[in-house]
Write a new protein. Structure first.
Length: 536
């Protein structure tokens, strides 16, 4: 049967390398990966291996944002990991190169490699180039915020349409330090991707050469029997978390790194993220909270330069990578652009602590994640404005129901209760557009897009559907969020209240299976570990 595909005896005597693509025409993030797969295969063959290609799914966070379809996003991470694992296991391949783009394809590929423990390389398709609107660079983040500005009359129909037409000019993943670029940075620092390869923009001519190098790289790993779990260690996970903090990256990285650690059977708990974030300053001035795009960071000196700064501050430890060089060696190779100010000098950080915080308290006894990107606020106290879904909250913002000082509460959007733990970018973007970003806070058992910024806490555990305290909140309840004490509390006694839990949604197919098996966000919201299950 293999000979029927065109393979010869000579081909079958060589190591069999799975080239796993996530190509799709439905989003810019992954639409160029099919062509890059040919370059990877070329590199595998030149290095003495036999590539066999298969593909898996991808669901766009950006396209589905604000819709019911967004529930599929986090579910897709599990399907990606499961399908990559199944085909690589079933066909007994010797190594894997996974081509990834949109948000969930990156952690999904890493989870699959952690389960398989095969020699493997993850190759990131790279960021999109920024769009141009009124003579300045824009990203998809600007479009979501423009919806809120348009709703309050601060933007015309024509300008909104023009921005929409120009924000995303071609192939590549969203161009700030949103989830895809955050995870690409994290996976490179974990050692699973080659530093300097993923950050090359998707449409750059040199991208093909880097893809071919990934094919050659996996052959080096196969010959040396260097497997994925050799790279996913307590040290590399600590390094990866530190780089998320230093770049004020997406809070989704907390969810995904917990999941990768559990699949690799490496001890990691949500509170470890707070310890690391407290000691790690923000060194990169990147969107959504900063000024620059992923392409600007690439031109400034890239992840290698960031690592050099972090070594100077003793924030990370040396560790191996799939390139055969260590993190410190990669940092020494980085070339800093003259006069760049994207990556700050070690003694001139943007902020003294990282871009997120882990909170516990009477509203999040099992933990939650607070975004600290794009503002300097460290506390907020105000009355709850409770919404039982993302749609209800979005309507509330658009209708002017949110007042300065409020704490917007969005519940029933957790991994199990959603199901699918939707991102709240439609709501958070509308809040920014309405001019309320620095005047309100938001808490949810759902997630945030990497493009979100503001004083917002997500991943609240236990979630509402599990009877968590967030399900007992009522309009007007006073809530306090305090970074100094790492706490999220309701300031009245709600212990005797009955939780408000809507009737379960009628589910079928994959959503039914997911809701029945998914664990809590504080454990990474994975479906493959029964020890992570909760019971009411």
């Amino acid at each position: 049967m293999l000979k029927a595909t065109g393979l010869t005896d000579a081909d079958l005597e060589r190591p069999l390398i799975a080239v796993v693509g996530t190509h799709t025409d439905v989003m810019p993030c992954n639409m160029h990966l099919r062509a890059l797969a040919e370059d990877v295969k070329r590199g595998v063959r030149a290095a003495g291996g036999t590539p066999v290609e298969f593909t898996t799914i991808a669901v766009s966070d950006g396209v589905t944002m604000g819709t019911e379809g967004m529930r599929a996003s986090l579910v897709s991470r599990e399907v990606i990991a499961d399908s990559m694992e199944l085909v690589a296991f079933g066909h007994m391949v010797d190594g894997v190169v996974a081509l990834v783009g949109c948000d969930k394809t990156l952690p999904g590929a890493a989870m699959a490699l952690a389960r398989l423990d095969l020699p493997g390389v993850i190759f990131y398709g790279g960021p999109i180039m920024p769009g141009r609107f009124k003579d300045h660079d824009v990203t998809v983040q600007d479009v979501f915020e423009a919806v809120g500005a348009h709703a309050r009359g601060a933007m015309t129909d024509a300008d909104l349409r023009t921005l929409e037409d120009h924000a995303c000019p071609g192939a590549g993943a969203c161009g700030g330090q949103f989830t895809a670029n955050t995870m690409a940075t994290a996976l490179a620092v974990l050692g699973l991707s080659a530093i300097g390869a993923g950050e090359v923009p998707a449409t750059a001519v040199e991208k093909a050469a880097f893809a071919a190098e990934a094919g050659a790289m996996v052959m080096q790993l196969v010959r040396g029997n260097h497997r994925a779990r050799e790279f996913i260690t307590p040290t590399s996970l600590t390094n990866a978390i530190a780089t998320v903090a230093a770049t004020a990256g997406s809070t989704n990285a907390v969810l995904h790194l917990l999941a990768i650690a559990r699949e690799a059977e490496v001890p990691l708990v949500i509170d470890d993220f707070e310890v690391i974030a407290k000691r790690t300053p923000v060194l990169a001035d990147l969107k959504p909270g900063g000024r620059y795009s992923a392409n600007d960071m690439f031109k400034a000196g890239g992840v290698g330069l960031l690592l050099r700064r972090m070594f100077e501050l003793d924030l990370i430890q040396d560790a191996p990578t799939v390139s055969g060089r260590t993190l410190r060696q990669e940092a020494e190779l980085a070339v800093e652009a003259p006069d760049q100010d994207v990556i700050r000098a070690a003694n001139k950080p943007l902020k003294p602590r990282g871009g997120f915080a882990i909170l516990r308290g009477s509203l999040s006894p099992e933990g939650c994640v607070l975004k600290l990107a794009g503002h300097d606020r460290l506390s907020h106290e105000g009355p709850a404005r409770v919404f039982d879904s993302e749609e209800a909250a979005f309507a509330g913002v658009q209708q002017g129901k949110i007042q300065p000082g409020d704490v917007v509460v969005i519940r029933n959007e957790g991994p199990r209760g959603g199901p699918g733990m939707r991102e709240m970018l439609a709501v958070t973007g509308a809040i920014v557009g309405a001019g309320l970003s620095d005047k309100v806070a938001l808490i949810t058992d759902g997630r945030f897009s990497g493009a979100t910024y503001g004083f917002m806490a997500g991943h609240i555990c236990p979630e509402a559907s599990e009877g968590g305290p967030i399900a007992k909140l009522r309009d007007g309840d006073p809530i306090r969020i305090d970074v100094a004490t790492s706490s999220l509390d309701v300031l009245v006694d709600i212990s005797d209240r009955e939780p408000v839990i809507p009737a379960p949604k009628p589910l079928r197919g994959v959503m039914r299976k997911y809701a029945a098996s998914v664990g809590p966000a504080s454990h990474g919201a994975i479906t493959s570990d029964p020890s992570a299950w909760r019971t009411k």
